[in-house]
Write a protein that binds this ligand. Structure first.
Ligand code: PMP
Length: 358
């Protein structure tokens, strides 16, 4: 049998493991921070009609600039943004990859604050960018002073701030992002994959874009929009950032089907986002329920809760799995992450936790 070691693989990919969140058909999947509420049926019909209408034109390449979609994203985000401020790709993972292709690469560094999104190091190795990991402060928080100090020490080409942070859910205050930007010599990415679940007290970094051409705010339709399967991510930034990304994107990277589906979903953003409040409520139920059982949930501005106080994460994972519930072991001793589900899913999780505790 040929093994990977037998192939002339790039040296910096040797010994790496691919992204590997388990995909198992369980009744209650709360492990990859999806929106478990699904797409409203009326919206689904409109998306189908829009995608169907685009099929007749599939003999042609799609609009390489996806201008209509960019305009729709700008309208959705507000903040005075226009189509020129927007870029999009097949999931925000691809948006982040394009940013690293344009601004990272051999001899360059990406700085992040761990524990954080597990794809950042993988995107770094895929683009031959050096991943520099510094730890978050106690309780996984990040202050402006700390960010400014670490960034001044590391002088990275790119900084990525995950806000709210995956896997810990920690919100990030605008002052901290401001301080990070001032200290950073290069690009600052604020990954706002979960922004729609944030509490109003923590505004989006979109507010900081004017006058900050090195700042990129990355977003996705995968979470609040319940559109993970469609693979649509996007960013807002100074228009010059799109000029840079055009140099590395594949031509026609957003298919006509994707563009049609995303535009249809955006037309129904109110209906698509109607469940966000409910999900926030389920998140609060999880935090309160876990606290009552003696676990330590951390503050969360996202659709998931990170909690400590687990004696044996492998065992808890298995015990829940046997009950048809999938949550996430991030590899941090004593800690696990659970996504807020529907009311019934959240109850199933909390009931199981309570039964296992007694
Ligand atoms: N950023 C963060 C912080 C995430 O958690 C995820 C998804 N797990 C992504 C980006 C990528 O999402 P997508 O590619 O589906 O847009």
């Amino acid at each position: 049998m040929t093994s990977l070691d037998d192939l002339p693989l790039r040296d910096n990919l040797r010994g790496r493991t691919p992204y590997g969140a388990p995909q198992a058909p369980v009744p209650v999947a709360l492990n990859v921070n999806e929106n478990t509420h699904g797409i409203p049926e009326a919206v689904a019909h409109d998306i189908v009609a829009s995608v169907a209408a685009s099929i007749i034109g599939l003999n042609r390449y799609p609009d390489r600039e996806f201008t209509d979609l960019r305009r729709d994203f700008a309208d959705y985000l507000g903040h005075g943004l226009t189509a020129e401020n927007i870029w999009a790709a097949n999931g925000s993972n691809e948006v982040l990859q394009q940013i690293l292709l344009a601004f990272g690469g051999p001899g360059r560094t990406l700085l992040g604050f761990t524990p954080t999104y597990s794809m950042y190091p993988l995107l770094s190795s895929g683009t031959s960018t050096s991943w520099v990991a510094r730890e978050r402060e106690p309780d996984f928080e990040l202050s402006g002073e700390y960010l400014a100090r670490v960034i001044a020490e590391e002088t990275p080409d790119i900084v990525v701030l995950c806000a709210p942070n995956n896997p810990t859910g920690t919100p990030l205050e605008l002052d901290a992002i401001r301080a990070a930007y001032e200290a950073a010599p290069g690009i600052v990415i604020v990954d706002e994959a979960y922004a729609e679940f944030s509490d109003p007290a923590t505004p989006s970094a979109l507010e900081l874009l004017p006058g900050r051409p090195r700042l990129i705010v990355s977003r996705t339709m995968s979470k609040a929009f319940a559109f993970a399967g469609a693979r649509v991510g996007y960013l807002a930034a100074d228009p010059v950032i799109a000029d840079a990304l055009r140099l590395v994107r594949l031509p026609y990277h957003l298919s006509a089907l994707t563009q049609a589906a995303a535009r249809a979903a955006l037309r129904h953003s109110d209906a698509m986002l109607a469940v966000v409040d409910d999900i926030r409520g389920q998140r609060e139920r999880i935090s309160a329920g876990l606290s009552a059982l003696g676990f330590k949930p951390y503050r969360s501005g996202s659709n998931f809760v990170f909690f400590g106080g687990v004696d044996d994460t492998d065992k808890l994972f298995r015990q829940l799995f046997e009950r048809g519930i999938l949550i996430r072991d991030i590899g941090i001793p004593g800690h696990m992450r659970v996504t807020a589900g529907t009311e019934a899913e959240t109850s199933a999780f909390l009931d199981a936790m309570s039964a296992l505790r007694s």
